[in-house]
Write a protein that binds this ligand. Structure first.
Ligand code: MGD
Ligand code: MGD
Ligand code: MO
Length: 769
């Protein structure tokens, strides 16, 4: 096994070395090292990597390897200029990898695809915006629901607010965003159980907690700044119990580059005090087992008259549905729990005992729970578990979904949603004198379905790399190239630009790290972090090109070119001075954003109201609700792993940010020079008659008769449960059927794909994009 070698711990010297080499690669040694000290500081810019909380008293270096790489990648001195496009046709670039495309550097000028030469050619802003506006205006009102306004979760609150207004004034609620592939399961699950769409935990809770349960989130890679809080908790002796099928190096040990003593002592601190390798999709069973152990201990306590294990007073006062839930818990046998979770009873009982011995428990989770057919139930099982001992709504306790993109939570807060009931439509009508559309819009999966059936004809993207992020890569690429119009506001070249519509534009924008100069001077923007805190962010780097425009300026330009003139919407004034956009946001959402401009630089951010954090349950019955699990496997419709069928979960490496691939290594998992690998249990290798390093083709087991294959994956023996395999996203996305998504939230079920393996027919080939 290659994963626990020294130097693979999260943080540490390996991490510092990585930061240095990332900067070096992008030729930003000086620039980058001048910038990094301002990352996530009250006067600086909010990191463009993950959404983890930014503390009021930041560490001198409040950045991590991942954030430094993301910074270097954005402020790179490399350029993807018009000369580049003169040299390379789109057809040629289609053969390039994701890494090669983005590594060309920052886009510098607006571009339009030219069919005669099959090249992206420079175009001036006014012409581009005019042409796009003309195209969008030509769509008759009854067809306007075929235009999609996608957002990747990076754009600021200001840009996002303008973007949702543009879509709604244009005539639809088609505002899918990356959270449709991510934490939408959270946004659907939590309102039903605790009455808020977001987590309840703040950084203060981390400082007070006495126990942490960690489900399906890879902190060392995907939210490394959280290691500060975890390490501090571990120093206080707080147990951390992890549920993850794969032994993640980044969840085992850490050494903190900010702590010289720790860096010099060879002994790394343990992160996880108990590591439970749950079967992929087995978390409902695992959580049910934890609950069963608690209930049994509580029964014993009642029998002997010792202190209760369940928090009876809290349960009686605050919750509903407990009896039905307990009935299911009691009715489920330990055999069934062991079978579903892949875990042993005694391990679950031990974890439950640690929980029961703690007064303040935090439950953290990520994509390992949300990206399943029953991703919503997964999340609700976690709240069931927390509620049993009153671990929501008191200091030191609560539920903590770890959001992905740096403003993905905030985009939802300011109206980027396809669900009209979540947007303040009446308020928008009152402020901007138009009739907002009331019909539900398309989410990401539905937008893809519309592309496949031809009802979606145009795609506008505010960031992201839609085609690589969504399921069913091969089918979607074909559908995408049938679109009439693709317009993408982007910083770097990616595959979604190359597989383009009939008319295609790339509009290059400033990144958040860059200085944004408008009529009233240099502008700031704001973002919401994973804990519901809003932060100001001011760019410090010189823009990559004089021709770049800010996202607010581009959205305003699109609006002017597309919409009928409406004097109630001051697009130009907004662009001239972003504080006016914030005033508009504050008017639209006074409860959250009152005095926005004054409060945006509050150290640590200002927090939006989270009623559940104070035990106010904004649910229809005014209670925190238990949810009875209807199934035990998060993916009961998929073939269970047996014989030759394996369950594939897709994941990220430390050298990527989603579809952005910094390099082909994965330091934590000991992978070098190639992402086309599958992590497989050694016994499964033998059982299937395969061997280490062999190249195989993976075939999805699908119900719809569509053949889905990824060729030439190398087998890496790894510490994963038998029947489960890990593989990288986005390389494995061709295996994921679009129809295979979470039931209530439609988040693609990227953590459970039924596959079979055959020895590779194309042993050497293996470039499917
Ligand atoms: N450096 C870096 N940082 C990032 C990103 C990035 O790509 N690179 N992406 C950002 C985004 S948008 C997001 S959403 C987050 C994602 O961050 P995470 O939520 O950490 O996402 P993943 O890497 O997809 O995988 C999560 C973990 O779930 C485990 N897992 C898989 N299946 C199961 C299961 O059935 N049960 C359990 N309990 N665990 C399971 C995997 O082994 C893996 O450790 O990170 C954000 N931050
Ligand atoms: N199989 C599988 N599929 C998955 C996942 C998985 O775990 N497994 N994870 C899902 C998740 S959680 C997510 S969030 C999605 C991610 O999906 P997306 O958010 O669509 O993808 P990204 O890779 O983050 O987008 C990268 C592109 O964004 C652009 N960009 C970068 N910075 C900026 C900026 O500041 N402004 C603008 N306008 N553009 C910018 C660049 O051009 C870059 O090429 O993928 C999902 N897909
Ligand atoms: Mo995400």
């Amino acid at each position: 096994m290659k994963h626990t070698e020294q130097g693979n711990a999260a943080g540490g010297w390996g991490s510092l070395k990585e930061v240095g080499s990332a900067l070096l690669h992008e030729h930003v040694v000086l620039e980058g090292s001048k910038l990094l000290p301002h990352q996530n500081k009250p006067d600086g810019y909010a990191c463009v990597s993950c959404a983890w909380a930014k503390p009021a008293n930041p560490h001198p270096f409040e950045f991590c390897e991942s954030g430094a790489k993301a910074t270097a990648w954005e402020v790179t001195s490399k350029r993807c200029s018009e000369e580049f496009f003169a040299q390379h046709s789109v057809g040629e670039l289609l053969g390039w990898s994701d890494h090669q495309l983005e590594a060309v550097g920052r886009l510098t000028t607006p571009l339009r695809w030219d069919s005669a030469s099959d090249r992206y050619l420079p175009i001036d802003w006014d012409t581009a915006l005019d042409e796009i506006g003309r195209e969008l205006r030509a769509v008759p009102p009854e067809k306007r629901n075929g235009v999609v306004f996608y957002a990747s979760g990076r754009a600021s609150l200001e840009a996002s607010y303008m973007y949702q207004l543009l879509a709604r004034m244009y005539g639809n609620n088609n505002l899918p965003d990356s959270s449709n592939m991510c934490h939408e399961s959270t946004s659907v699950a939590l309102p039903k159980t605790i009455g808020v769409p977001i987590g309840t935990v703040s950084l203060d809770d981390f400082a007070q907690t006495d126990c942490i349960f960690f489900f399906g989130q890879n902190v060392g890679t995907n939210s490394p700044r959280m290691l500060h809080q975890l390490q501090e908790a571990r120093r206080r002796g707080v147990p951390i119990i992890t549920f993850n099928p794969l032994k993640e190096a980044g969840l085992l040990h850490f050494s903190n580059p900010q702590s010289p003593v720790e860096m010099l002592t060879p002994a790394e601190t343990t992160i996880s005090t108990q590591y439970l390798q749950v079967r992929a999709g087995g978390d409902i069973g695992a959580l049910l087992g934890l609950c069963k152990a608690l209930v049994e201990a509580d029964d014993t306590a009642k029998a002997y008259g010792t202190p209760r294990v369940l928090d009876a007073a809290f349960l009686a006062e605050h919750t509903a549905g407990l009896e039905e839930f307990l009935a299911t818990v009691r009715a489920t046998s330990w055999e069934r729990i062991e079978h579903e979770s892949g875990l042993m009873r005694q391990d679950l009982v031990a974890a439950a005992a640690t929980y029961a011995a703690s007064e303040k428990v935090i439950g953290i989770y990520g994509m390992g729970l949300t990206q399943h057919r029953h991703g919503v139930l997964n999340v609700q099982m976690l709240t069931n578990f927390l509620l049993l001992r009153g671990n929501i709504g008191k200091p030191g306790a609560g539920v903590c979904p770890v959001r992905g993109h740096s403003n993905v939570q905030g985009q939802r807060t300011v109206g980027i949603t396809e669900k009209p009931e979540l947007a303040p439509l009446d308020k928008l009508k009152e402020l901007y004198h138009f009739e907002p559309p009331r019909e539900k819009g398309l989410n990401t999966v539905e937008a893809c379905e519309g592309m496949l059936d031809g009802s979606v004809t145009a795609f506008i993207g505010l960031g992201g790399n839609f085609l690589r992020a969504v399921p069913d890569t091969d089918r979607m690429e074909e559908a995408w190239s049938r679109l009439r119009l693709t317009v993408q506001v982007s910083t770097k070249l990616n595959r979604s630009h190359l597989v383009h519509g009939e008319i295609a534009y790339i509009l290059p924008c400033l990144g958040r790290i860059e200085i944004d100069r408008q009529a009233s001077g240099e502008q700031s923007v704001s973002v919401e972090d994973s804990t519901g805190c809003m932060h100001g962010s001011k760019g410090r780097a010189e823009p990559a090109s004089a021709l770049l425009r800010s996202e607010p300026a581009i959205i305003a330009g699109l609006a002017r070119a597309t919409l009928d003139h409406n004097p109630a919407v001051p697009w130009d004034d907004w662009v001239a001075d972003y504080s006016r956009i914030r005033d508009a946001i504050a008017q639209t959402y006074p409860e959250i954003f009152h005095d926005f401009n004054a409060r945006m630089w509050t150290p640590g951010g200002f927090r939006r109201p989270v009623p559940a954090a104070h035990r106010q349950w904004k649910t229809p019955n005014g209670k925190a609700n238990f949810i009875v699990p209807a199934v035990m496997d998060a993916d009961p419709d998929q073939a269970r792993p047996h014989n030759g069928i394996l369950r594939l979960f897709t994941l990220r490496s430390d050298s990527q940010f989603n579809t952005t691939i910094y390099n082909e290594d994965d330091r934590f998992r000991g992978i070098k020079g190639g992402r086309r690998v599958l992590f497989i249990n050694a016994a499964d290798l033998t059982r299937l008659g395969l061997r280490e390093d062999q190249l195989v083709d993976a075939h999805a087991v699908s119900a719809d008769g569509v053949e889905r294959t990824v060729h030439g994956l190398r087998l890496v023996p790894y510490d994963v449960p038998s029947g489960c395999v890990g593989g990288y996203y986005p390389e494995c996305n061709p295996l994921l059927a679009l129809s295979h998504h979470a039931l209530e939230s439609k988040v693609p079920a990227a953590k459970s794909i039924a596959i079979t393996l055959t020895p590779s027919e194309q042993a050497a080939a293996a470039v499917d994009g």
